[in-house]
Design a protein around this ligand. Structure first.
Ligand SMILES: [Zn+2]
Length: 378
């Protein structure tokens, strides 16, 4: 396939193996990932004889990248759910802006799927408007978690529950192993170096090259581990502050990713007044740009012991009998979904479902509906 404004490169290994797709610039003001992919493609080319599978690098929102804007008409990383929603797009010839981007990406994703010679992996590269630590996020299945964990930076669990329609969410649903890497602040010179390190690490992790053929992976691991050794390795998402157009939200200046905040602390303001932290934790992705629907997120350290317990519970297949619990039943209208009666099941509800690999689908006063993060546990 020819390189183009969309395709940074398609490196085909001599031997069959995994398909590793890397996307950068899904937000057009986030070019660090694109630069990293360009470098990796160039350096990977001479190693194809020793390489298994394929490495494909794509620019996400080409039209927005041209203008250095997050998006033109709508956020391209909120356009992918629920599956089927993309079918309501205008026809390819008539589509403009992000509609056209979605069409073009769907076509190339289909091509990638068709030509894959092994398991499918997706790494989606982003940067944040605020400074501070880099981090990974995943749709929480065991294989996604293992894949992202290879990058030694904090891993944030549960973000996809608060952000609908991401590309990785959609591809996870389709059975791909996925990870998101937020590699730093948009204009920070180190961001593309971190992204490059992460790509090499995952090329090694996915098994495209043997360790000896990708020394960049070990070097990258060392650099990133050194840079983030004072931060917790796993965190869970606790809260999202939504920004509604016209509410004139502004984040207090100077807040950094993972900075500790206490309940009641003023984090920003809008037309209605001060915005305070609803709970103690660490702030993540404070918004310092015009475009964006998330004012900030709050995360909390998630101890390794819970990760081990959740893994054990899933391996034991406890998820298959969870509907035996009082107040929990299968949802007849939604395959794989469970309904919890909140009055009966309130003491365990969401926390237990999280451990078992379910995510919140919808919630009201009386019931909580959860669905499996993946149709099949990896
Ligand atoms: Zn982004």
């Amino acid at each position: 396939m020819e390189e183009s404004e969309r395709l940074v490169g398609w490196i085909k290994g001599a031997k069959p193996g995994p398909m590793f797709l890397c996307v950068g610039g899904l937000h057009g003001n986030e070019a660090a990932g694109v630069r990293a992919m360009e470098d990796v493609v160039e350096q990977l080319q001479p190693r194809t004889s020793r390489m298994r599978g394929d490495f494909v690098a794509l620019r996400g929102n080409v039209r927005a990248l041209r203008q250095g804007r997050r998006f033109l008409k709508y956020d391209l990383n909120r356009a992918w759910a629920p599956a089927g929603a993309t079918e309501s797009l205008p026809a390819p010839g008539a589509a403009t802006d992000e509609d056209a981007e979605v069409h073009e990406l769907l076509a190339i994703l289909e091509e990638v799927r068709r030509r894959a010679r092994g398991h499918l992996y997706l790494l989606d590269l982003h940067t944040t408007s605020g400074g501070g630590g880099a981090f990974t996020t995943v749709g929480d299945s065991l294989d996604n978690r293992a894949f992202a964990s290879a990058i030694p930076v904090p891993l944030v669990l549960g973000l996809e529950e608060l952000v609908e329609g991401t590309l990785v969410g959609r591809m996870s649903e389709e059975g791909w192993t996925t990870a998101v890497f937020e590699c730093g602040q948009h204009y920070e010179p180190e961001a593309s170096g971190r992204a490059e390190a992460a790509i090499w690490i995952l090329i090694r992790e996915a098994g495209l090259l043997q360790a000896a053929d990708v020394p960049e992976a070990d070097r990258g691991r060392e650099t990133l581990a050194g840079e983030y050794k004072t931060l917790p390795r796993f965190l869970e998402m606790r809260y999202r502050h939504p920004v509604i157009r016209g509410d004139e939200y502004r984040t207090r200046p100077g807040l950094l990713n993972f900075q500790a905040v206490i309940e009641g602390e003023v984090l920003g303001e809008d037309r209605a007044g001060a915005i305070k932290a609803p709970q103690t934790g660490r702030i993540l992705m404070p918004l310092y740009q015009e475009q964006g629907e998330d004012g900030f997120f709050l995360v909390r350290d998630f101890s390794r012991i819970w990760l081990t317990i959740s893994k054990a519970l899933r391996r034991l297949g406890v998820a298959r009998i969870v509907h035996w619990l009082p107040g929990v039943s299968r949802d007849p209208s939604l395959p794989g979904a469970l309904v919890a009666n909140r009055r009966v099941a309130r003491w365990f509800a969401l926390e237990l479902f999280h451990l078992l690999g379910y995510r919140r689908h919808l919630e009201d006063q009386h019931r909580l509906v959860v669905v499996q993060r993946r149709r099949r546990f990896g």
